[in-house]
Design a protein around this ligand. Structure first.
Ligand SMILES: O=C(O)CCC(=O)C(=O)O
Ligand SMILES: [Fe+2]
Length: 295
């Protein structure tokens, strides 16, 4: 198979900024689905779409219990798919929850979830990555500013920006407990980061970003141009966001956990090739190589 042209060079000697070369909404604006036309328009403009209640309170209870079960299970803790906080040793993330758990598998297949992803990406979709980010409180670490696509392109080989994430709140996301922040409109520019990717980059980067990190100068300029929006919402609310949106979240020093499940859908017409800027592929629990569509 020939490698597609690299539309988004990154991890070179200098930071470079290039305009996005791909659509944001790939589906037709009047395609049927759970997102109204006005929602697709604002997603295209802002790079995100907030949904006040994606799942019901009862469904939240089931998902939350499942999260607690996973985090408490010693076998899960010992699994390479669990990432612990460097200081407290509490679980920070568990990857591939849609494979580990029937509850999260059903959530992925739910039409309110996968239907929205299909509408945005204009095709069938598969799960490139899923994870719970537990953020338990009392000092759980944040996620430094990044574009997911920068990493997925560099380290997982996704050729085009045809990928969308949903973050579903399983606890209330307050303005104090480390909620997701996005720079609205930032998805229309690709920031190629400076610095080569070390061989085992993913191990370190899951606890703390390094390669693939934007400079202070670039972040200052982008925050000046776009501003920063913080997403708050009840448990059961959700934020859909484009793969190239510049985003991050702060530490959670409150006693109130901020636990969200993230599902990343990629188009079946944008399947992973070899990494564009890394010596080796990341493991499949972080970047899927099984492109079976969600049905
Ligand atoms: O959990 C968060 O606040 C952000 C997580 C994130 O950006 C990621 O998992 O790529
Ligand atoms: Fe991210």
């Amino acid at each position: 198979m020939t490698t597609p042209t690299d539309l988004y060079p990154t991890r070179g000697t200098a930071e470079v900024s290039v305009p996005r070369k791909d659509p944001v909404v790939w589906g037709s604006p009047d395609a049927p689905g759970p997102i109204p036309a006005t929602g697709l328009q604002s997603y295209e403009r802002d790079g995100f779409l907030a949904v006040d209640q994606l799942i019901s309170d009862d469904e939240v209870t089931v998902c939350r219990r499942e999260l607690e079960r996973l985090v408490a299970d010693p076998e899960i803790r010992a699994d390479e798919r669990s990432i612990v906080e460097p200081q407290s040793k509490e679980i920070r993330s568990v990857f591939e929850v849609h494979k580990l758990s029937p509850v999260f598998a059903a959530l992925v297949r739910d039409e309110r979830v996968v239907g929205r992803a299909r509408q945005i990406l204009g095709s069938d979709v598969y799960v490139h990555q899923s994870r719970i980010n537990v953020k338990p409180g009392f000092g759980a670490g944040g996620f430094y500013w990044h574009s997911d696509f920068e990493t997925w392109h560099a380290e997982d080989g996704l050729p085009n920006m045809r990928t969308v994430s949903v973050s579903i709140a399983l606890t209330e996301n307050l303005d104090t407990n480390g909620g997701l922040m996005i720079m609205p409109g930032s998805h229309r520019t690709f920031l190629g980061c400076a610095g080569a990717t070390p061989k085992d980059n993913y191990k370190k980067s899951l606890q703390m970003q390094d390669a693939g990190t934007p400079s202070d100068e670039a972040l200052t300029a982008m925050a000046g141009d776009y501003g920063i929006k913080l997403f708050t919402g009840k448990a059961g609310s959700a934020t859909w966001f484009d793969c190239n949106a510049m985003h991050g979240s702060g530490d959670n020093i409150t006693p109130f956990p901020r636990s969200n499940v993230f599902i990343v859908f990629n188009s079946v017409e944008n399947t992973a090739v070899e990494p564009f800027a890394a010596p080796i592929r990341r493991p499949e629990f972080i970047g899927a190589r099984d492109f079976t569509p969600v049905i």
